[in-house]
Design a protein around this ligand. Structure first.
Ligand code: TRP
Ligand code: SF4
Length: 327
């Protein structure tokens, strides 16, 4: 299977939380064992909405790459790179823009929705409209077979297939039509029960210290009906229980379910079991992080090497694209 290519990108949002760890990175770790993987930081994509304030992008890239490496995304197994260091992506986007009908871009569901809903920035730009096409270039330039993404991204992969088909039809068969790889895994709620998100201030970060995680869990929301220790609770409505599902053993889950429903255990005990499990899982990641932080030049070398290897692949495809277009 190593001859099948997997590619995925993340916009540089900065440090990653446990939702990213279980929703994305654990999946990448599995994929890197079996496929030829490309994982990259989509920093140009960040610009499509953050163009007016770019000062945090660089440090966000750094924080995110450290998280990837510390949890075990392995540069020996996958090619890790930064989009803006492989300028061929931009050349391909430009060439593809010549054959992409405006209507295809305008009907991408995320587009209109975001232009209308995001009021604090002007997203009526050419770059923002072109977001899915830049993503197509990211994917097609490596002839990726599979693209692991969340459901919200499926229209972008469909759009990419249409662009590839059009190019192949107009010139010659250069591009593979990629397929999405959907990982369906239960969404991890934030400590307040809403979706875990940086902007809600309810996230537990991979890089949080033991003390910080313990404190965040201590004050996290539980079943609101369970006010006093002897009130029975309902684990189904409790964010802490959603975490138990991921972090605890079957016996612990049974113990907690029963104890909650019968008021046999209190939330403090329930949270203590969970806290120990989460901290336990993060120990090896923390060790790896400390090692990485001791030698920043290693991180730089990893990225430089990944950029170089990605560029070689991208340059190969671009040569074939130019030839197909008689350039
Ligand atoms: N649009 C993706 C997201 O917001 C990020 C991304 C950019 C991407 N280019 C990609 C994902 C190529 C997969 C493949 O999550
Ligand atoms: Fe939630 Fe556990 Fe308290 Fe039940 S006992 S409400 S599952 S924290």
């Amino acid at each position: 299977m190593k001859n099948k290519i997997v590619l995925s990108g993340m916009r540089p949002t900065g440090k990653l939380h446990l939702g990213h760890l279980h929703g994305v990175l654990e999946n990448w770790k599995k994929l890197q064992e079996d496929y030829s993987c490309f994982f990259f930081v989509a920093d140009w994509h960040a610009l499509t909405s953050e163009y007016a304030d770019t000062k945090e992008i660089k440090s966000n890239i750094h924080d995110m790459v450290i998280d990837w490496l510390s949890v075990g995304i392995d540069p020996e197994k996958a090619i890790l790179f930064i989009q803006s260091n492989v300028i061929e992506h931009a050349e391909l986007q430009l060439l593809l823009s010549m054959i992409t009908p405006l209507s295809w871009l305008e009907r991408v569901p995320t587009y209109k929705e975001q232009v209308e809903n995001i009021r604090d920035k002007d997203l009526g730009t050419y770059g923002f409209l072109g977001y899915p096409l830049l993503q197509s270039a990211d994917i097609l330039i490596y002839n990726a077979n599979y693209v692991p993404v969340g459901v919200d991204q499926v229209p972008h992969i469909e759009f990419t297939r249409e662009v590839a088909r059009r190019f192949n039809y107009l010139y010659s068969n250069v591009f593979v039509e990629p397929e999405e790889l959907l990982t369906d895994y239960p969404k991890l709620p934030g400590t307040d029960g809403r979706k875990m998100s940086k902007s809600y201030n309810n996230s537990i970060y991979i890089s949080d210290s033991d003390e910080v995680i313990t404190k965040k869990l201590k004050t996290a929301m539980t079943d609101p009906q369970r006010v006093r220790r002897d009130d029975p609770g309902d684990p189904e409505v409790c964010p802490i229980f959603a975490y138990h599902r991921i972090y605890s053993t079957t016996q612990q889950i049974d113990y907690v379910t029963d104890g909650c429903k019968t008021a046999g255990i209190g939330c403090i005990e329930c949270k203590k079991i969970l806290t120990d499990n989460i901290l336990g899982e993060l120990i090896p990641y923390r060790e790896k992080r400390e090692e990485l932080l001791k030698s920043p030049e290693t991180i730089e070398d990893i990225i430089n090497d990944g950029n170089k290897r990605a560029r070689e692949h991208a340059a190969g495809t671009m040569a074939r694209v130019r030839e197909a277009m008689k350039f």
